[in-house]
Design a protein around this ligand. Structure first.
Ligand SMILES: NC(=O)c1ccc[n+]([C@@H]2O[C@H](COP(=O)([O-])OP(=O)(O)OC[C@H]3O[C@@H](n4cnc5c(N)ncnc54)[C@H](OP(=O)(O)O)[C@@H]3O)[C@@H](O)[C@H]2O)c1
Length: 336
């Protein structure tokens, strides 16, 4: 008999912050894999700010989730049954598995992962999409040179903490912006950032001027809004702004706040460029290899924020928007 699978399916398009009634909790038997497919038992589900955007209607870099579909999510787990020659029972995999306990998916979308190299949760963070976002966004879009100052917002988050550490590995200065003293102390004392600005307690513009006396060479933006404006005001000549995300705007019910200080790009001959990590999909293996090497050498520290309990999904997702997560947020669904 097939195991019972529980799922969160999209029930309504949220207005503002999502609420539990925007999903329907469903139960059905896990489906046997067909030709080319694999049945995966999910261990950890990744919770990402992008999920909020996927719930909206309208054009984006990826199709919106349809009403009634299982909520889209990255996940890691192990193969239970396979009709794909590349996978066998017991293999550990990463893929877009959805907010559910079991996933029957095309093997083409799965990547094998090795729990001997790193624990499974790390493959949803520093050795997963957020680590790769930091890696390609900083190195390919930001292109920091040794000695340059890199500022990153969301600095204690999954993406931001990797950005600052790579900036240091590459011989730059790293200045973080994060919410609260604990997060700021962590990125400076544990991760080796040169400084961190607590945007909830400090005047960000004044603190940026103090910590970046030569200006900002690369600003890696995870949050948008007023913090983006403050960073633009401090841009160095030929400075680069990497538009990675704008979490301060994701739940807005009015059009997003644009950067008032955009003329700073003109007077500094600056560049502001958006990117999506999927643009680099053909190079993920290279990125994971280098990130894993830095991790093994002790140069890249990782932090995962693991919440127990599949049922908590709607409330746990909100931690990303309140800043209650500390590190890569995920839900543990089952032992691996
Ligand atoms: N372009 C891409 O391909 C790509 C891929 C992955 C992620 N992203 C983007 O990268 C960013 C970070 O994602 P993540 O997965 O690493 O999440 P994360 O940073 O681990 O978690 C989100 C953090 O955002 C901060 N935050 C929430 N509301 C905020 C606000 N109003 N103002 C300032 N900060 C706020 C909170 O930290 P504090 O406690 O410091 O406020 C929270 O912990 C997001 O914008 C996401 O959309 C982009």
């Amino acid at each position: 008999m097939n195991p019972i699978n529980h799922q969160f399916r999209l029930a309504a398009r949220p207005v503002g912050l999502p609420k539990r009634s925007d999903w329907k909790y469903t139960e059905e038997p896990a489906r046997d894999p067909g030709p080319g497919e694999v049945l995966v038992k999910i261990s950890y589900i990744s919770l990402d700010p992008a999920m909020r955007g996927w719930m909206n209607e309208g054009r984006s870099y990826i199709e919106p989730i349809k009403i009634g579909d299982v909520m889209r999510a990255g996940g890691v787990g192990h193969v239970v049954a396979s009709q794909n020659p590349n996978f066998k029972a017991g293999d550990h995999v990463f893929g877009v598995l959805g907010v559910q306990e079991y996933a029957t998916v095309d093997g083409k979308g799965l990547t094998k992962i090795d729990p001997n190299v790193a624990p499974l949760p790390v493959y949803l963070g520093a050795l997963g999409i957020t680590g790769l976002t930091a890696y390609f966004g900083l190195l390919e879009v930001g292109k920091p040179a040794p000695g340059e100052t890199v500022v990153v917002s969301g600095a204690a988050g999954a993406t931001g903490m990797v950005v600052g550490q790579i900036a240091k590995i590459k011989g730059g200065r790293a200045v973080g912006i994060a919410g609260g003293r604990d997060k700021c102390d962590y990125v400076v004392r544990e991760l080796g950032f040169d400084a961190c600005i607590d945007y909830k307690a400090e005047n960000v513009l004044e603190s940026l001027r103090r910590h970046c006396p030569q200006g900002i060479n690369v600003y890696f933006d995870n949050v948008g809004g007023q913090i983006l404006d403050a960073a633009l005001a401090c841009l160095a000549r030929f400075g680069r702004v990497v538009l990675c995300g704008a979490i301060s705007q994701y739940n807005a019910t009015t059009p997003p706040q644009g950067p008032a200080n955009y003329l700073s790009l003109l007077i500094n001959s600056g560049r502001m460029e958006g990117f999506i990590v999927f643009n680099y999909a053909s190079r993920y293996a290279e990125g994971v290899r280098e990130l894993a090497t830095w991790r093994a050498q002790g140069k890249l520290k990782t932090k995962e924020d693991i919440v127990e309990g599949f049922q908590t999904f709607p409330e746990t997702l909100l931690k990303l928007f309140s800043g209650e997560n500390f590190g890569k947020l995920m839900i543990k669904v089952a032992d691996s």
